[in-house]
Design a protein around this ligand. Structure first.
Ligand code: ADP
Length: 162
């Protein structure tokens, strides 16, 4: 059974993430989408909100949605998984991802990082950009799954921001 962990902030899930998840399922038998809990960052969506948005958007029995705190490689060891999946967009992602993968290999030599290229439509798509555009009232409906779109609109309406 080939299993990979796809870790990230997913704040929120975008169609770019979904494209990686769908294509990864052609390579892996199971995928654990793992929401990283970072106590130092104030996210837009809580961990539980992020988890349920991912769960609702990818209703595939091969996808498990989980959350973790602390070192990713320790989480992977706990789960008995030795493949980490990351997505690559523009060249600008490369340096950071390269550092991260090297550090993870130093920390846990038995765990490999696998990269998948983004779908070409999502080259410039990031959660941060989605949050910014949505907070200013811009239309992000083609960039995120419908459930995320609904939550974004509700969130910014509730915050009293345009
Ligand atoms: P992180 O804070 O860990 O970078 P993100 O949720 O921003 O969390 O991203 C999780 C993973 O998904 C990262 O590997 C990132 O490069 C990748 N990713 C994000 N957006 C896209 C996209 N549009 N296309 C492909 N991969 C993406």
């Amino acid at each position: 059974m080939r299993i990979a962990i796809y870790p990230g902030s997913f704040d929120p899930l975008t169609n770019g993430h979904l494209s990686i998840i769908q294509r990864a399922l052609q390579i892996f038998d199971r995928l654990i989408v793992a929401v990283a809990v970072n106590p130092k960052k104030v996210p837009l969506f809580t961990v539980d909100e992020r988890r349920s948005l991912i769960q609702d958007a990818c209703q595939d029995p091969r996808v498990e949605v989980d959350a973790f705190q602390g070192l990713l490689v320790e989480y992977a060891k706990r789960r008995g998984v030795n493949v980490l999946l990351r997505g690559l967009r523009a060249v600008s992602d490369f340096e950071y991802e390269f550092q991260l993968a090297n550090m993870n290999r130093k920390l846990a030599p038995g765990i490999e990082t696998v990269f998948m290229m983004t779908g070409e439509d999502y080259f410039y798509l990031s959660s941060q950009l989605v949050r910014e555009v949505a907070s200013l009232g811009g239309d992000v409906s083609g960039l995120v799954p419908d459930n995320v779109h609904g939550k974004l609109v509700a969130k910014y309406a509730a915050n009293g921001k345009p």
